[in-house]
Ligand binder design. Structure first.
Ligand SMILES: NC(=O)c1ccc[n+]([C@@H]2O[C@H](COP(=O)([O-])OP(=O)(O)OC[C@H]3O[C@@H](n4cnc5c(N)ncnc54)[C@H](O)[C@@H]3O)[C@@H](O)[C@H]2O)c1
Length: 339
């Protein structure tokens, strides 16, 4: 399978490392507006990929099966439509797009072209979050009573032209960061009846959002913000409380996923780490790539098997944007948004 990455920045580089470690997958090309910097990065990473300045030139120069879009979010739709119209299977980074109209345009283009498409909602593939879903589905802890999720970070400073801090391009932390937890909540529980949000404003628009999701008989809350001081780092966390158990995870503590059940002492809840222990390039440990590895392994296996992906589909990612937009509306209006 021949793959091309569009945008070899932070995420494109991560995907390139993973494709190199996946058997039967060849990263044959990359396109990036920054051609010179991309040549350097390709050489530094030891990739055997041709470099182009843009998607259209790449499509007219080299044969590929898959286009993986890792450009700033405001450019996803235009490039996804071009790639779908050229008959290429699509992997599009999250958030799928900033408006429902654009999400739906990507869905329509993929359907019309008969190509497969998956979105980078990687938390659906993250080992600790998979283990939580399996524990909920097992019923071993009794009914889920409450779920609280956090995603907190220092302000991102690395992005090309600082696009992440431009609300019109990224949607700010309320969209770019928090969409992971909105999407995971829907993956676990389906669409909420309504959402009620508060948010604080900063350099990238809505810098930190706090949302209650209304479900029958269950309290659900999520928080996402990147307005922490420079040395805060990154933390993703959740606490799930059941009739007879709790499951707790916090990436910043270095502690494993912890289960406490039936008043027994707490124990580690096993998680399945992805992939081989080392990448074939020797450039780092694949297991530290967590859900990023799992999602691309799943996607490329689907394409190899000529089977449409069923996890992190465009329709599911569109639902996440639908709920997220309701959250933004609630935060701005100060009222509850129904779905
Ligand atoms: N799944 C995750 O956890 C996760 C994490 C980070 C970023 N992302 C997403 O990945 C996408 C890329 O983010 P990033 O952090 O890699 O940004 P980045 O700024 O590090 O990289 C973007 C790259 O795209 C290139 N580019 C911009 N416009 C282009 C175009 N029209 N054609 C070709 N190249 C173009 C830039 O030159 C740059 O190299 C975004 O949608 C972001 O939200 C997802």
């Amino acid at each position: 399978m021949k793959v091309a990455i569009i945008g070899l920045g932070f995420m494109g580089g991560m995907h390139a490392q993973i494709y190199t470690a996946l058997p039967g997958v060849n990263l044959v090309a990359v396109a990036d507006l920054n051609v010179e910097g991309t040549h350097t990065k390709v050489a530094e990473m030891g990739l055997n990929a041709q470099v182009f300045s843009d998607l259209k030139t790449l499509l007219s120069s080299i044969e590929v099966d898959v286009i993986d879009i890792c450009v700033p979010t405001d450019k996803h739709t235009e490039l996804a439509l071009t790639a779908a119209e050229a008959g290429k299977h699509l992997f599009v980074e999250k958030p799928l797009a900033l408006t429902l109209t654009n999400c739906e345009a990507i869905q329509t283009a993929a359907e019309k072209a008969g190509v497969f498409a998956q979105v980078g909602q990687c938390i659906r593939f993250w080992p600790e979050y998979i283990a939580l879903k399996e524990f909920i589905d097992s019923g071993k802890g009794g009914a889920l009573k409450s779920l609280s999720l956090q995603r907190r970070a220092s302000r991102p400073t690395y992005s090309q032209e600082d696009w992440l801090n431009n609300e019109a391009r990224s949607g700010g932390a309320a969209t770019d960061l928090h969409v992971h937890d909105t999407d995971f909540i829907i993956h676990l529980l389906g669409l909420p009846k309504s959402v009620s949000s508060q948010a604080t404003r900063g350099r990238s628009g809505l810098d930190h959002i706090f949302t209650h999701y209304q479900y029958d008989g269950l309290a659900v809350h999520a928080e996402g913000g990147w307005d922490y001081p420079e040395h805060y780092g990154f933390c993703m966390a959740f606490e799930a409380v059941f009739e007879n158990a709790s499951v707790v995870f916090n990436s910043a503590t270095g502690q494993p996923l912890t289960l406490t059940i039936n008043d027994q002492p707490s124990e580690e809840l096993p998680v399945v780490q992805p992939g081989p222990k080392e990448s074939t390039t020797g450039e780092g440990n694949i297991s530290s790539l967590g859900g990023y590895f799992n999602e691309l392994e799943y996607f490329t296996n689907c394409v190899k098997a000529n089977k449409a992906p069923e996890v992190a589909t465009v329709a599911q990612a569109t639902d996440s944007i639908r709920v997220l937009l309701a959250e933004l509306e609630s935060a701005q209006s100060g009222t509850v948004s129904s779905l």
